[in-house]
Design a protein around this ligand. Structure first.
Ligand code: PLP
Length: 403
């Protein structure tokens, strides 16, 4: 029991700072996305405004049917690691689908996007001769941890700044194996990397490019291949990493690249090999979701419409939000306690669920409510959200943006 005082001391500090995380206990309502029951509060219905199931594909009839069919055919679990009896046909079929999505030779599945970043970057950094990983300063925790675990030299470059990257690459020894790690859509600010400029700098210095498209796959590009597809740059990126858990609505992560690159990670990454493979039903559902979004534009078009509509209505009410070219709408609160309080009132009084985003997910002083409109949020949902925010802004005397 005396150990608990050690745990509690640090938890108390988190609470005092307003950074203690409280999870909403939700029960998603199938067929009624984005509605859910909130078991933290009498199982009342809420509208979820912060889901990363960006297109509602987790409840798409085709995706659910693929999952059910695969369970009927293969059962619940994979039965082993990929190496020892766990590779099912659904995994290899999904890997082929992913390689095709990004126009790469091969893809390799992981149990999550986090694990794919952690395993791939740690393996590349640890095994390539004289590796130096050049990491954008706002990269996700999974990339930071992978780089740290690799023990390779790390150079941080200024966020989305190809000139800074260029200078830092120029200062490296000629024999270094240079790996540039960055994201396309940054999930907290919703800004998008200047991929073309970064690729040009990389090519100038003969550096590998490692691009995390976790918040872009399914959403950008004519087939959902991400920002690199939209900009016609996928073939100039060495490795594209993504998730099956956000726009594709399921779970899992992957990398794509050349045969040799994927074989290298497959052969040396402990995070790939020493863990049970994803259930075949998950792989089958994800493949169906990807295949659907390769041809269907309806979800992406409707999402863009709802994002635009919400932004315009926030502007009309003077609710300050970060301007960015993506589907992510951060409403800046800049105070952790206020951010939590506003989220609590929205949930309790208005049936709106948006998770407060506090440190360490974002820097202190940039706390925010992060809204992700989907194609399945109705115009009435948006009207209700903006009316509620406006009432709250008045009630709490919060500053409005000047038009
Ligand atoms: N990369 C980025 C940029 C992310 O934001 C996240 C998760 O939010 C991940 C990777 C991890 O992906 P997953 O949720 O599939 O583990």
């Amino acid at each position: 029991m005396e150990f608990d005082t050690l745990f509690d001391a640090q938890l108390d500090t988190l609470k005092e700072e307003g950074n203690y995380r409280i999870f909403a206990n939700l029960e998603r309502k199938c067929g009624a996305f984005p509605k859910a029951r909130n078991h933290s509060d009498g199982a009342n219905e809420v509208t979820v405004w912060c889901s990363n199931d960006y297109l509602g594909m987790g409840q798409h009839p085709k995706v659910m049917q693929a999952m059910k069919d695969a369970v009927d055919k293969c059962g619940a679990g994979a039965g082993g690691t990929r190496n020892i009896s766990g590779t099912n046909h659904a995994h290899t079929a999904l890997e082929a689908e992913l390689a095709d999505l990004h126009g790469k030779e091969t893809a390799l599945l992981f149990t999550s996007g986090y694990v794919s970043n952690w395993a791939a970057l740690s393996t590349l950094g640890a095994r390539l001769p004289n590796a130096v990983i050049l990491s954008d300063e706002l990269n996700h925790a999974s990339m930071i941890e992978g780089i740290r675990h690799s023990r390779a030299d790390k150079v941080i470059w200024r966020h989305n700044d190809p000139d800074d990257l260029d200078r830092k690459l120029a200062s490296l020894p000629a024999n270094a194996t240079k790996i540039i790690a960055f994201e396309s859509v940054y999930s907290m600010d919703g800004d998008i990397a200047p991929i073309r400029e970064i690729v040009e700098v990389a090519e100038k210095h003969n550096a590998m490019t490692y691009l995390d498209e976790v918040h872009a796959v399914g959403l950008y590009g004519p087939r959902g291949g991400g920002v690199s597809e939209r900009e016609g740059l996928a073939d100039r990126i060495t490795l594209i990493e993504g998730t099956l858990g956000k726009a594709y609505g399921v779970v899992g992560g992957y990398i794509t690249g050349s045969d040799s690159l994927c074989d290298f990670i497959r052969s040396f990454a402990s995070g790939f090999i020493f863990t049970t493979a994803l259930p075949p039903a998950v792989a089958a559902a994800a493949k169906t979701s990807i295949a659907h979004l390769k041809t269907s534009q309806i979800e992406r078009a409707r999402q863009r419409r709802q994002v635009k509509r919400l932004r315009a209505m926030l502007d009309r009410e003077g609710i300050p939000h970060l301007d960015n070219p993506s589907h992510i709408i951060p409403v800046m609160i800049k105070d952790p306690v206020k951010c939590r309080m506003l989220a609590d009132i929205l949930m309790a009084d208005y049936g709106i669920y948006v998770q407060p985003i506090n440190y360490p997910t974002v820097p202190k002083g940039t706390e925010r409510l992060r809204f992700t409109p989907s194609p399945l949020h109705s115009d009435a949902d948006i009207d209700h959200l903006v009316r509620s925010l406006s009432a709250l802004w008045k009630q709490c005397a919060l500053a409005r943006a000047i038009a």
